[in-house]
Write a protein that binds this ligand. Structure first.
Ligand code: ADP
Ligand code: ADP
Length: 222
C-alpha cells in the first residue's frame, strides 16, 4: 500500500478562511514528493492535515493502507517545522532526540539504541552531548529531523528545510534525506532543491492541486 494517502482532505480555518478544497494525493513508500505553490496556497495546512495536527479536518488520511487514530497518525507522519528551534528544547541533543521515543514508553538500552540510530541517520552522532543552541543552522535542522526519526515514522514532512542553510549545509541535508529512503513530503519555495531531492512534485494553488508529475516537467510548465 502507499505510505500516505490523502482522500478528499478539506479544511477551513475557524475564521472561515478556506485552506484546502479536497485534496487527493498518494505517496509510495520511499517516494520523495515536493509540494510547491505560491504563498497562501495551503502548503503548510496540507502538511498539518497529513500529520494529524488539524482539528475538524474533513477527509481521510491513510498510512500504509490503514486509517490510524490521531495519536498514531502523529507518530507515523512526522513533521519538522520551518524553525527547528520550535522543536529543540532540551539541554542536550541526545535528550532532545530521546524525548519522543521516551514519551512512547521506551526506556534504558532500547531508548539509547533508538537515539543512536536516529543521530547516525542524520550524521549527528558527534553532536550528542552538545546543547542544541550551540549548533549551526544545518546541524539544528538535522537534529530536529533525528528527533522525528527516533519515533520511526512512515512518512517525514519537512516545511522549508533549507531556510537559513549555507551551501555546505544544504548539500549535507540533501545527502542525509536521500540516504533515509523514507517517504518524504518536502514543502518548499526552493526550486533547485526540489528538483535535486524530489523526482515528483505537486503544485497547490488556492487549496487545490493544479499539477502533479515529474518535478522537471512541473517546473517547466509553471
Ligand atoms: P502556504 O503554506 O502555501 O503559504 P497556508 O497553508 O499557510 O499556505 O495558508 C492557506 C490559507 O489559509 C491562506 O489563505 C492563509 O492566509 C490561511 N491561513 C493560514 N493559517 C491561518 C490561520 N491560523 N487562521 C486563519 N487563516 C489561516
Ligand atoms: P485519539 O485516539 O488519539 O484521541 P481520535 O482518532 O479519537 O484520536 O481523534 C480525536 C479527535 O481528532 C476527533 O475529534 C477526531 O475527529 C479528530 N481526528 C481524527 N483523525 C484525524 C485526522 N486524521 N486529522 C485531524 N483530526 C482527526
Amino acid at each position: 500500500p502507499p505510505a500516505l494517502e490523502l482522500e478528499g482532505l478539506a479544511f477551513a480555518y475557524p475564521d472561515g478562511t478556506p485552506a484546502l478544497a479536497g485534496i487527493d494525493l498518494s505517496l509510495l513508500p520511499g517516494e520523495r514528493l515536493a509540494v510547491l505553490g505560491p504563498n497562501g496556497a495551503g502548503k503548510t495546512t496540507l502538511a498539518l492535515g497529513a500529520c494529524g495536527a488539524l482539528d475538524e479536518v474533513r477527509g481521510v488520511v491513510r498510512v500504509g493502507g490503514e486509517v490510524p487514530g490521531r495519536r498514531e497518525l502523529r507518530r507515523r507522519v512526522g513533521i519538522v517545522f520551518q524553525d527547528p528551534d520550535d522543536q529543540l528544547f532540551m539541554p542536550t541533543v541526545e535528550a532532545d532526540v530521546a524525548f519522543g521515543p521516551a514519551k512512547q514508553g521506551l526506556r534504558g538500552e532500547e531508548l539509547r539504541a533508538r537515539v543512536d540510530e536516529a543521530l547516525d541517520a542524520v550524521r549527528a552522532t558527534d553532536l550528542a552531548a552538545r546543547p542544541p543552541h550551540s549548533l549551526s543552522a544545518g546541524e539544528r535542522r538535522r537534529v530536529a529531523i533525528a528527533g522525528v526519526l527516533a519515533c520511526r515514522p512512515d512518512v517525514l514532512v519537512l516545511d522549508e528545510p533549507t531556510a537559513a542553510l549555507d551551501p555546505a549545509g544544504r548539500r549535507e541535508l540533501l545527502d542525509v534525506l536521500v540516504s533515509l529512503r523514507l517517504a518524504l513530503l518536502l514543502i518548499t519555495h526552493d526550486l533547485p532543491y526540489a528538483l535535486e531531492l524530489c523526482p515528483r512534485a505537486v503544485v497547490l494553488d488556492r487549496g487545490q492541486l493544479v499539477a502533479d508529475g515529474a518535478t522537471r516537467e512541473v517546473l517547466a510548465d509553471d
